[in-house]
Every structure is written in C-alpha cells, then in structure tokens.
Design a protein around this ligand. Structure first.
Ligand code: SAM
Length: 254
C-alpha cells in the first residue's frame, strides 16, 4: 500500500511532501565532521516549510558552517499541496547568528528574488550550486535522475532523500558500482512519514495525522560515513543456480 502511495505520487508528479526534522537529525548526526567551514545548499526548499532550512540555520554554529543557501521553487500548479504560492521564487542566504541569541532572526537572513521560477535546473540556480560545497535536501522524486545527474556534473558532495527503486535506474546503478554514490543510514524500518496532505493509505497503526507514509525511501550520499567501512559478514559461496544472472544486465542479485 505504501509503495502504491509512492507510485501514485510519482505518476501524478505529486512532489509536495516534506521531511520531518527528526529524520533529518537522525541522518545528519553521522555527517557532522563534513560541514565545518562549508557552504550548504538546500535547493528544493521553501524556507517557510523546509526542515532542512530549519536544521542548518539552527545548527549553523554547532556545525561550523560558512554559509547556508536555500532556494525556493515557485510551484506552477496551485492545486497541489504547496505553500510555494508566492508571486516570485526566492532564495535565502544565511551567514550565522550575528546578535548572539543563537537563533536565525529574519533580519539576519538575506532574501533575494529569482528572475525565473527557482527550478534547480535554471541557470540562476546552477550559479548557486557552483558556490556550494554540500547539497542537502529531499528533491522531487519525479526528477530524481536529472537531479543526481546535475550534482554529478558539477562534482558536488551531497546527502539527499530518494526512493530505493532509484538504485536500479540505469543512470544510478553505475554510480554505485563505481563508488561515486552510496546509501546513507536510512529511515527507521525503511519507511518514512512525510508531512503532506495527500491521501495516506497506511494501515491504522501506521497512520499519522497530516502525514503520508512512504516505504522504501532512503538517503543517498557521496560523503564518507562510518557505515561504509563496516565489514559485510559473508556466509555463502557463489553458485550459478542460486544466483542467476539478469537477462538484460550482467549482474546477480545478492
Ligand atoms: C519531496 S518535496 C521535499 C521538500 C523539502 N525539500 C523537504 O524535504 O521538506 C520536493 C520539493 O521540490 C520542489 N520542486 C519540484 N520541482 C522542482 C524543481 N524543478 N526545482 C526545484 N524544486 C522543485 C517541490 O515544490 C517540493 O517542495
């Protein structure tokens, strides 16, 4: 059922669901050493609703960030659950707390207006991407391939949310194989509750008001994490019968 939710969302290009702060905290606690002196970009994030913006602005000093850039997409379709209904897409820059209260105040946040709609593929957004060291967000699932391709082309470090189905995409699997991308720690139980108004088909026990449960979501990254260096306990030997090759791909499933 939860997978059905995702497919429905993907087919209808329903990309409006928002990551919970607790899930961002749980993943990013494993990456803290990477952020010192770095410029972070969240480029699919309306700062009014994005917990990525919240996380990095409130933890700016603790992480030792240099700069936080957040870009907001002006949604063209008002029917979707979106707060992105401002007339113009905006982007924010934040250089940390200035008045000593350890809180990102409005007057400390620089607000700029895009000429275009804030699409991550637009030239204006690509200029900001070039400035960034690490990109962290939950991008639209319907544009995941393009999103990753752009990060790779610009040689950026990243921590992003995606669906595990993406592992099989012909654009993504080679990156895993070549050690250019790997999975992060992931969500508890391999499923996440996102803040959303879409109809949730989760069973009663899993239902949370105002949320949609999506199974099979995970984090993708190219930052070094401890998990990558844990030994894999192997206990079987390869044999052709148990591990047949795919018809269309020179690989086995283990
Ligand atoms: C899955 S939601 C996640 C939102 C936010 N990053 C979060 O985690 O709470 C994906 C977001 O990407 C935005 N989006 C869709 N197409 C986009 C595009 N072409 N460029 C930038 N953002 C886009 C959507 O409006 C949506 O808010």
């Amino acid at each position: 059922m939860a997978n059905k939710n995702l497919n429905q969302a993907k087919n209808a290009k329903k990309d409006e669901f928002y990551t919970q702060l607790v899930d961002i905290e749980n993943e990013l606690r494993h990456y803290k050493e990477h952020f010192k002196g770095k410029t972070v970009l969240c480029n699919c994030d309306d700062p009014r609703v994005s917990n990525f913006f919240h996380y990095f602005s409130y933890n700016f000093e603790q992480l030792g960030l240099k700069k936080l850039i957040t870009t907001c997409y002006k949604n063209q379709n008002r029917d979707l659950f979106s707060q992105n209904d401002s007339e113009q897409a905006i982007w924010l820059e934040y250089y940390g707390d200035r008045n000593g209260n350890r809180v990102p105040d409005p007057e400390e946040i620089g607000i700029h207006y895009f000429k275009g709609d804030g699409d991550f593929r637009s030239q204006e957004c690509i200029e900001l991407l070039k400035e960034a060291d690490i990109v962290v967000t939950n991008p639209p699932f319907s544009l995941f391939r393009e999103y990753v391709a752009q990060l790779m082309k610009n040689e950026k470090k990243f921590v992003i949310v995606g669906h595990q189905n993406a592992i099989h995409y012909k654009e993504i699997f080679p990156l895993i194989k070549e050690n250019r991308l790997w999975l992060g720690y992931g969500f508890k139980g391999g499923a996440a509750h996102f803040i959303s108004k879409y109809e949730d088909t989760a069973t009663a026990g899993d239902h949370r008001e105002g949320m949609i449960r999506v199974s099979g979501v995970t984090w993708f990254t190219n930052l070094e994490i401890q998990k990558r260096h844990e030994d894999l306990i192997l206990y079987k030997l390869y044999n052709e019968e148990e591990y047949p090759k795919y018809d269309n791909f020179d690989a086995i499933n283990i």
